[in-house]
Design a protein around this ligand. Structure first.
Ligand code: SAJ
Length: 480
């Protein structure tokens, strides 16, 4: 046990003031929950006053959430903590020196996944701001998902360089990864168990004391900083792998003329003590800000930390990278199904009108980060098709007109392609869609198994569905 840091933290007393760097999907709900905890007297939300995101500061200080989409409890909580002056958003990073604890919730995308090169520049800039205003006795926590080794590596170096202090002696340093999903940010922070990993024991204990007051159902799970980094990257990598496994099964089922959903129900039915078959859902692709990159953080981590010690079968590719490749392939498979369907209807992609239903990366949300629909749209445009996009929630997306009226998007379409499992697409009627499309054999490609295949086939559609080998070779029905 490092006596010096433990003594300094004891003399510093309990955490009373908290700073959160990065007012986004993770930082805002975290800051609001810290501010709502009676034990914390003041919480600052730090945000760069940049042209793209500076507007958030004013909104937050008016008690308005800049986050799009429905986030239960957040608007009320935000109004409350701003109303009682416990939460203030600011671009004045010098105020960090008034905080007992600072968390960083800044995105960590990959500049080039293929070569495992992340773009850590936003995170590094945030760390420099914290380092410049760091005082002895403070706690710094990284909440962003990071390459294993970053907390005790790059982050430590930058903080020590900028502050002249020593991590583990003068200040505490830890990683406590976020585990939130859009649409349930507040509940996820309160109810999910919190992984907390310090670079040493006093750092772990200090970070545990920071998060305990905001947890309702969740427990804290202490471990080392590196184990926490691996835990976070691994949990998303495993989810991506599970999705890839069922996507591969779906492709196999199509090839064998079988319905993957029957198989899935069968596989999932094997339930008895200690036997769980966590088989997930196949689909048109994997999007979002997490599963699309966290595998690369894990891969980069083992490359950097385990290059010489990893025992691995010669010539074998990483299972996790193969999973990424399969999930990235699914929008392309949707495109092949479209091409195949149009050919059956006697049409080429070139000049065909395609209606994409669903731009969000996840059902019933407006979050379109890394949406699989974009890969598909680019392929279709490149082949000379005319593409229109509908989404009930996504308001705006750079360079892509998003329409709200389903009728307007489907009218005159040669192919209707369902990419997101929004609830409203389950209500699509075969007769209504057929009338809007107008042709004798429009194509419908279901990437989320939301429509009734038989009803559309009876109405004269060329039907194609992910994993629907039982239907994808149906005979064409002439309805006139
Ligand atoms: N998807 C499928 N089949 C499935 C589940 C998801 O194709 O059975 C697709 C979705 O359509 C979406 C993508 O995968 O395009 C990601 O979906 P998701 O449900 O994993 O949503 P995320 O990425 O917002 O949330 C994940 C979650 N991680 C895990 O469950 C291990 C969440 O708990 C994390 O907090 C989040 O990543 C994150 O921020 O890391």
């Amino acid at each position: 046990m490092n006596g010096t840091l433990a003594r300094i933290l004891r003399e510093h007393g309990p955490i009373r003031t908290v700073g959160v760097v990065g007012m986004g999907y993770v930082g805002i709900p975290s800051a609001v929950l810290f501010a709502d905890a009676p034990c914390y007297t003041r919480v600052w939300g730090f945000q760069r006053d940049s042209p793209t995101s500076g507007y958030k500061i004013g909104m937050l200080n008016r008690g308005e959430s800049p986050l799009k989409g429905e986030e239960p409890f957040l608007p009320e909580l935000l109004k409350t903590v701003v109303g009682v002056d416990k939460f203030v958003a600011t671009s004045d990073f010098s105020i960090i020196s008034k905080c007992d604890a600072v968390t960083l919730a800044i995105q960590t995308p990959f500049a080039n996944p293929k070569d495992l090169i992340p773009d850590f520049s936003p995170l590094e800039e945030g760390l420099r701001q914290v380092g410049r205003n760091l005082r002895a006795g403070m706690l710094v926590v990284l909440e962003s998902t990071i390459t294993p080794g970053t907390t005790d590596g790059t982050a430590r170096q930058i903080l020590e360089e900028e502050s002249g202090l020593t991590a583990g002696t003068d200040f505490a340093l830890a990683h406590a990864p976020e585990r939130v999903m859009v649409g349930r940010l507040i509940r996820n922070i309160q109810e999910h168990d919190r992984i907390v990993g310090g670079i040493d024991q006093p750092s772990t204990e200090r970070a545990l004391s920071l998060y305990t007051p905001v947890l309702t159902k969740g427990r804290t799970i202490p471990m080392s900083a590196r184990a926490a980094e691996v835990t976070k990257t691994a949990e998303n990598t495993f989810r991506d792998l599970q999705i890839a496994a069922v996507n591969e099964l779906a492709l196999y089922c199509e090839a064998m003329g079988v319905n993957v959903y029957d198989v899935r129900e069968g596989v999932a039915s094997l339930k008895e003590e200690s036997v769980t078959r966590a088989i997930l859902w196949p689909g048109a692709g994997v999007g979002g800000h997490c599963l699309t990159k966290d595998t690369y953080h894990l891969e980069r981590g083992v490359q950097m930390l385990g290059r010489t010690s990893l025992d691995w079968p010669a010539g074998e590719k990483s299972l996790y990278l193969t999973a990424r490749a399969i999930n990235d392939f699914m929008p392309r498979h949707m495109f092949s199904l479209t091409r195949e369907g149009l050919a059956l209807a006697g049409r080429d992609l070139k000049g065909s009108r395609i209606a994409i239903l669903g731009w969000a990366f996840i059902a019933n949300s407006d979050d379109a980060r890394n949406t699989p629909s974009e890969i598909y749209r680019d392929l279709a445009l490149a082949e000379g098709a005319e593409v229109r996009v509908h989404d009930p929630h996504v308001e705006h997306y750079p360079g892509v007109p998003i329409l709200r009226d389903t009728g307007e998007v489907i009218t005159g379409a040669d192919a209707v392609v369902i990419f997101t499992g929004h609830r409203c697409y389950g209500d699509l009627s075969a007769a209504g869609v057929k009338q809007a499309c107008g042709g004798s054999h429009p194509v419908i490609v279901d990437g989320r198994n939301v429509i009734n295949a038989d009803a559309f086939i009876r109405a004269g559609f060329v039907y194609r569905g992910i994993g629907r080998g039982d239907k994808n070779r149906h005979a064409l029905v002439d309805t006139v």
